[in-house]
Design a protein. Structure first.
Length: 612
């Protein structure tokens, strides 16, 4: 795996680390040889400053504008080693300190070199810095990196240049107007079309650009939102009784049959769920959320995302939110069409409904659990465990990434489960909704406790330069200590990466049932590509390296161009009419204050399922 990670690492950074290492070690060995003459001492002392001088030039050219974090954590180790090397001649003035320092310096240089390579390896091994380039230059550089390093391009049949061409007009407009928010929104849209949970952007520090970008993407609020319920109908939800939509007859539960003069199914099929953090490798998952996004689109809103963003970002104030023409069925079953004005930006309505659907942030505290991997009995025979990431202890996580094993985590988890079992646990609900991922070894070690049948998981291959070469296979070696516990794993489309891996390996255990409104994200290839874009407005991550099923042909977990689910649910929780109409827009989503008012439908369904 280290070999595969080095394939994508920045050659400039690696070269600088090698330079410092060679000079620091070499100067220690050549100190006596060059120190025999006065001229040799001058040469040796001059050479001690070479790494520092090179690092000063490197810092001037390569530092991350507006983001000192990356400079400190990626470059900081060899910068420090170069600085120490420059002070080596001072210690040479005294015999004993010189001997001690001649040992410490090369060891420190080796550590700095290894740190520079290993520290970014799990998530930032392909780090690139385009903070000083213009919007268009940075975007072009990003697309070139993706063409070279994105490891799912062939599997998903991703036409990167076609996607870039689609988004470029918005990037060019952002540059022309120096509109950081429009640039952020355009890059967000760019990532959407890869249909990969590991491809997309995140704010790097320009929070004004982030907020404006989300507002541009979110659309308009017409007084209500929509959901598709289990019988196939699309119904209105959170219709505000003080607004025209409600007064025109669109109430909670009202069936919507047309949107902007198109049958509702056609309008939904044309709707793209483009927003921050929303990635839909599985088409079925996106279909679940499409009504929420359609509810923010009015007449005249272009289906071309670049033109849509450009029109909304008009700096001259010419953007006038369009009306929405909505056809619904009255209480008598008759169709009725109304035109509705936008009442405000759609971001508040959009995020409100999404938070209800994914239960983000509202469920753990209710059961007295607020930390990852914490667990507690919630009734006489059922325990609840929160699993919102696959990260436990940073350096232990790194070690597990390199070895595939995590004995300290397994020991802690075993003690925890033994304690719960002593309290009467017969059922365990593991809540992996919105699991942001991390390290797969945590999932393997967990599954090993719940099954007595060992099984193979993924196989790592190298596809560098088109040569398909087998590297290694991973296995879950089980002991089955808790195979008698009935386990429910709750998931949703925001469970991604090592979270997907966790759901997959747990699903292999015979006593485990997976459940949710939607399946997990289905994106598990290693993410290591990381590009910091213009003025540190955002960073863009993407997938590198290659994980396969044991056949060496099928990609492990990640969907292909069909976007079909690869980790199907055992039980899909139905979104019923009663659930839909019970959504209450009057609830303030200050979670700590309103826990009792916010319903968690998936947990309710899970507990009822266990009763049966």
């Amino acid at each position: 795996m280290i070999y595969l990670r080095l394939f994508s690492q920045d050659p400039v950074t690696i070269s600088m680390a090698v330079l410092v290492l060679v000079f620091a070690v070499g100067l220690c060995f050549e100190r006596k040889a060059l120190g025999k003459t006065r001229r040799g001492k001058i040469i040796w002392r001059t050479l001690c400053f070479v790494p520092l001088a090179a690092c000063v030039i490197h810092f001037a050219c390569c530092r991350f504008v507006g983001s000192g974090w990356y400079t400190r954590h990626i470059y900081g180790a060899f910068y420090l080693a170069a600085l120490v090397t420059a002070f080596f001649p001072l210690f040479d003035l005294w015999k004993i300190p010189a001997k001690i320092f001649s040992i410490i310096l090369p060891v420190g240089a080796v550590v700095a070199f290894l740190y520079t390579i290993v520290y970014p390896m799990p998530f930032n091994s392909g780090l690139r810095n385009y903070t000083k380039q213009s919007y268009t230059q940075g975007f072009v550089s990003l697309t070139k990196d993706l063409e070279k390093y994105y490891s799912l391009k062939d599997w998903k049949k991703t036409d990167i240049q076609a996607i870039a061409k689609k988004i470029m007009p918005a990037v060019e407009e952002a540059e022309r107007k120096n509109d950081a928010g429009l640039f952020y929104a355009a890059i967000t849209a760019f990532g959407y079309y890869f249909y990969d949970g590991h491809v997309g952007n995140w704010p790097e520090g320009d929070w004004d650009a982030w907020e404006r970008g989300l507002i541009l993407l979110a659309g308009n609020d017409y007084g209500f939102s929509m959901l598709r319920i289990d019988d196939g109908r699309v119904v209105a939800i959170i219709s505000d009784s003080t607004l025209p939509a409600y007064q025109a007859g669109i109430h909670n539960g009202t069936q919507i049959i047309e949107w902007n003069e198109k049958p509702i199914e056609q309008a939904l099929a044309e709707t793209e769920c483009i927003y921050q953090g929303d990635k839909y490798p599985v088409k079925e998952n996106e279909d679940f959320f499409r009504p929420v996004f359609l509810a923010t689109r009015g007449m005249g809103e272009s289906t071309d995302i670049a033109q849509y963003l450009i029109s909304r970002a008009a700096a001259d104030g010419t953007y006038d939110p369009p009306k929405a023409r909505v056809t619904f069925l009255t209480e008598e079953g008759e169709p009725c069409t109304v035109e509705l004005d936008c009442v405000e930006d759609g971001i508040y309505e959009l995020e409100y409904v999404m938070q209800f659907l994914i239960s983000f942030g509202v469920y753990p505290n209710r059961y007295g659990v607020d930390k990852n991997f914490d667990a507690k009995m919630i009734n006489d025979d059922t325990a609840y465990m929160l699993r919102n990431s696959e990260e436990y202890n940073y350096w232990g996580d790194i070690f597990s990434y390199l070895t595939g094993k995590y004995p300290s985590f397994k020991k802690r988890l075993r003690r925890q489960l033994q304690d719960l079992k002593s309290q009467g646990m017969k059922n365990l609900i593991i809540d992996a909704r919105h699991n942001t991922g991390g390290y797969p070894a945590l999932g393997s070690e967990t599954a090993s406790l719940f099954s007595d049948r060992s099984f193979a998981t993924d196989a790592t291959y190298s596809d560098i330069n088109g040569r398909h070469k087998y590297m290694m296979s991973d296995y879950v070696k089980t002991d089955g200590e808790f195979k008698d516990i009935n386990v429910l794993v709750l998931t949703n489309s925001y469970c991604v990466s090592a979270g997907d891996y966790f759901v997959r390996v747990m699903g292999e255990c015979p006593n485990v049932t997976t459940m949710g409104f939607t399946c997990s994200n289905c994106s598990c290839q290693p993410q290591g590509g990381r590009v910091i874009l213009t003025n540190s407005i955002c960073n863009f991550g993407y997938t590198i390296n290659w994980l396969y099923e044991q056949d060496g042909k099928t990609r492990f977990i990640d969907t292909d161009e069909t976007r079909a689910c690869t980790i199907p649910l055992d039980i899909k929780v139905p979104l019923t009419y009663d659930m839909a109409i019970s959504f209450n827009y009057d609830i303030d989503l200050s979670w700590e204050e309103n826990q009792d008012n916010i319903r968690d439908y998936v947990m309710e369904y899970a507990l009822e399922y266990l009763k049966k």
